[in-house]
Design a protein around this ligand. Structure first.
Ligand SMILES: Nc1ncnc2c1ncn2[C@@H]1O[C@H](COP(=O)(O)OP(=O)(O)OP(=O)(O)O)[C@@H](O)[C@H]1O
Length: 201
């Protein structure tokens, strides 16, 4: 369970999050929608620990391992896909055997033949899938995914949802997405509006 208490975020004079108090139940897929600029990315970044709220608190019942796939690409253009996997494995202290998992993730996401490609050679949709493979490489409890299927065609999107359906078992997911999220997940829908987060009525 992740509990937000009166979470606020201001940028200069502008309040983007206006005192959000909600509970995200574990093991469910929380889909967060809202118009462009409503604060979806801001909320995910605060949950991921990439940014601080202006005030308010985030409570977790126990320490949770979070992985974040941001909307903007946090990738090194001169490194290859496989070098990114190696960096991630080192950062998360993954034991031997992670490379089979990395290979499988790349294959599942339709990216097996790109392991030796430099990031600079990849399209936006290909980078999106690498970002996702990196988020999925290490074990985690919570997946924070910002627009996981943006820049993707229908087939690549299907690869992503199928991979998330398999890899996400037992995990809590928070997904910001302008594209529909398939009904196969146990979905909870939220809408960010006027700085507040409403559950779907
Ligand atoms: N670092 C920042 N400094 C100042 N303003 C910011 C900063 N980051 C975001 N904002 C502003 O906060 C608001 C919310 O941005 P955010 O990226 O969270 O929206 P979003 O709902 O994810 O939008 P989109 O659907 O377009 O990705 C926007 O008006 C944006 O300009």
């Amino acid at each position: 369970m992740i509990i937000l208490q009166e979470l606020r975020k201001r940028y200069g004079g502008r309040e983007v999050l206006s005192g959000i108090s909600v509970t995200f139940q574990t093991g469910l897929v929380h889909v967060i929608t809202g118009v462009s600029g409503s604060g979806k990315t801001t909320l995910l970044q605060i949950l991921a620990g990439y940014d601080n709220p202006t005030s308010g608190a985030i409570q977790m019942q126990k320490p949770l391992r979070l992985e974040y796939a941001p909307q903007d690409f946090l990738l090194f253009s001169n490194l290859t896909v496989w070098q990114h996997m190696q960096l991630k494995a080192a950062a998360r202290h993954l034991e031997g055997g992670w490379y089979e998992r990395a290979q499988r993730l790349l294959a599942d996401l339709g990216m097996a033949s790109y392991a030796r490609s430099r990031i600079s050679m990849l399209s936006g949709g290909e980078r999106r899938r690498i970002q996702l493979a990196l988020a999925l490489l290490a074990p985690c409890d919570v997946l924070l995914l910002d627009e996981p299927t943006s820049n993707l065609d229908a087939m690549a999107s299907e690869h992503v949802w199928a991979t998330l359906a398999r890899e996400g078992v037992g995990k809590t997911m928070m997904i910001c997405s302008h594209a529909p999220v398939p009904e196969q997940f146990r979905l909870v829908r939220w809408q960010l509006r006027g700085g507040l987060l409403d559950g779907e009525k």
